[in-house]
Write a protein that binds this ligand. Structure first.
Ligand code: COA
Length: 199
């Protein structure tokens, strides 16, 4: 089973050891890729070498503007990452295939760095990037992943449907929910002190 954070609404604690100006979001660079792969592999409980090639491929797409790969830093340490990808339904897809567009395709913050706002910062930075390209963004989640659903709800995602097909995606132990965020709607002020310029 994948790692879902335990659902603990309202449990955020102030963390004096890491003031918020130690938190930063920036595009991934080549030295980050093994660290991102390690975080992803730990979360998915899959071999790290498989994730290295996935992350290297996404980074290559990002360099061509076809994807986005961001890292979150806490006091200079890579603490998490967030991805964006473009989806267009393949020919002969079923009628309930998920829509064409830009998707938030994953956000993971290492357990030791959670609940400091990095997941939210990664999500807002990715939405800012998509907003320069589209008026909407999509994301899907396992219906059991309530921490993720609350996080995305906070930035404006609303449920579209639970009846959708997305190639190669299965939802362990439950159903999936497809969400959309309209990007013309003003989102809450970003909490980040420092989000570096995106490409
Ligand atoms: C989901 C995840 C990315 C959140 O990262 P994070 O840095 O801890 O999140 P933030 O500190 O930015 O939290 C922002 C808001 O999201 C919600 N949230 C985050 N974690 C939560 C939790 N464990 N329980 C309930 N709500 C949670 C809260 O509304 C939170 O605001 P608050 O702290 O003021 O209450 C992280 O728990 C994670 O990596 N989980 C495993 C991977 C995953 O499920 N990714 C999402 C699907 S791809």
């Amino acid at each position: 089973m994948k790692d879902f954070a335990d659902y603990t609404p309202g449990a955020r604690k102030p963390d004096p050891s890491t003031p918020s100006d130690h938190l930063a979001i920036r595009p991934a660079a080549p030295p980050d890729l093994p660290k991102i792969a390690a975080i992803a592999a730990l979360r998915e409980k899959e071999p790290v070498h498989e994730w290295r090639s996935v992350i290297e491929r996404i980074h290559a797409q990002a360099l061509r503007g076809r994807a986005l790969l961001l890292v979150a830093e806490n006091a200079g340490e890579v603490a998490g990452f967030g991805k964006v990808g473009y989806f267009a339904p393949p020919l002969a897809s079923p009628e309930n295939v998920s829509p064409t567009g830009w998707y938030l395709t994953g956000v993971v913050v290492s357990p030791a760095h959670r609940r400091r706002g990095l997941g939210l910062m990664l999500t807002m930075a990715r939405l800012d990037w998509i907003a320069e390209r589209s008026h909407e963004a999509f994301y899907f989640a396992n219906a059991h992943n309530r921490a993720s659903i609350d996080l995305h709800h906070a930035v404006g995602f609303e449920e579209l449907t639970r009846d959708f097909y997305h190639p190669n995606v299965r939802f362990e132990g439950g159903s999936g929910i497809l969400f959309r965020c309209k990007l013309s709607v003003k989102r809450p002020e970003r909490p980040a002190k420092r989000i570096e310029r995106m490409p």
